[in-house]
Design a protein around this ligand. Structure first.
Ligand code: DGL
Length: 262
């Protein structure tokens, strides 16, 4: 098959990466996508690195068998644990990873107060700590592990406003909200909480995620290797296939619902 007509593989530990998929589809709507949610094994954020690497390799092997033209790791945790290994293993297949968009929050400003919401694994990994070192002498960066929010998305409890508000307020209990400049959503599941967060944050506090940057990066890579679908009024819109490691059909239904909610 010609590279141009091949699909793009997108995966996450579960349903968070659907927020990235939405951004990819908005930017490149003519492409075909296969989304693989690893909900049966979610969450990744509290697992050992070796276990995550193993799951990522199994998912990438599957994508290779489907002859995808690129893979997006729509998961900060899986990226921290496995991106270098995956790039080495599947060379020359382009593999796009994600990391908390701290640069975007810190750039061009000093004495910023920034909260990075992410999983325990992402926040403890060397990759993030090196990134943090770059900006922490000029900014006050607070690490905030939020594993409960991953479970809320996976268990279809996003509409339980009381539960979600209680959980979010608990995280921010000891934070001086008035002096907070930015919140970095360093986990793709957290994008689904933007509305909840904007209600409790001060108006001047920015909520930053890396989804748009990831989509633009993929577009650039596909353009460079001439594998991108050219916009043409005769071509049909791309197709999205939702897959999940959990055999319960409700995960596919929830995937579609989350995709349409953004
Ligand atoms: N969505 C994932 C991320 O971006 C991880 C959530 C999890 O499985 O713990 O980090």
């Amino acid at each position: 098959m010609e590279n141009i007509n091949k699909a793009i593989g997108v995966f996450d530990s579960g349903l968070g990466g659907i927020s990235v998929l939405k951004e990819l589809v908005s930017l490149m709507s003519d492409e075909d996508y296969i989304y693989y949610g690893d909900s049966f094994y979610a969450p990744y954020g509290t697992k050992k690195k070796e276990e995550i690497v193993k799951r990522c390799m199994e998912i990438c092997d599957y994508f290779v068998s489907r002859e995808v033209k690129a893979i997006v790791i729509a998961c900060n945790t899986a990226t921290s644990a496995a991106v270098n290994i995956l790039r080495d293993l599947y060379k020359p297949l382009p593999i796009i990873g994600m990391e908390p968009a701290l640069k975007l929050a810190a750039e061009n400003k000093e004495n910023n107060s920034i909260v990075v919401m992410a999983t325990n694994l992402t926040l403890n990994e060397e990759k993030f700590n090196n990134l943090m070192k770059k900006y922490s002498n000029l900014n006050n960066i607070i690490k905030m592990p939020c594993p409960e929010l991953v479970n809320i998305v996976e268990n279809d409890m996003l509409d339980d406003t009381e539960l979600v508000n209680r959980q979010i307020c608990e995280y921010f209990e000891d934070i001086d909200m008035k002096s907070l400049d930015s919140i970095v959503l360093g986990c793709t599941h957290f994008v689904f909480f933007k509305e909840y967060l904007s209600k409790i944050l001060d108006k001047k506090t920015n909520i930053i995620d890396g989804n748009n940057g990831t989509a633009r990066r993929l577009k650039e890579i596909l353009e460079n290797c001439e594998s991108i679908h050219k916009k043409d009024k005769d071509t049909k819109k791309g197709e999205i296939i939702f897959l999940n490691s959990h055999s319960d059909e409700k995960y596919i239904e929830l995937s579609k619902r989350l995709f349409n909610s953004l």
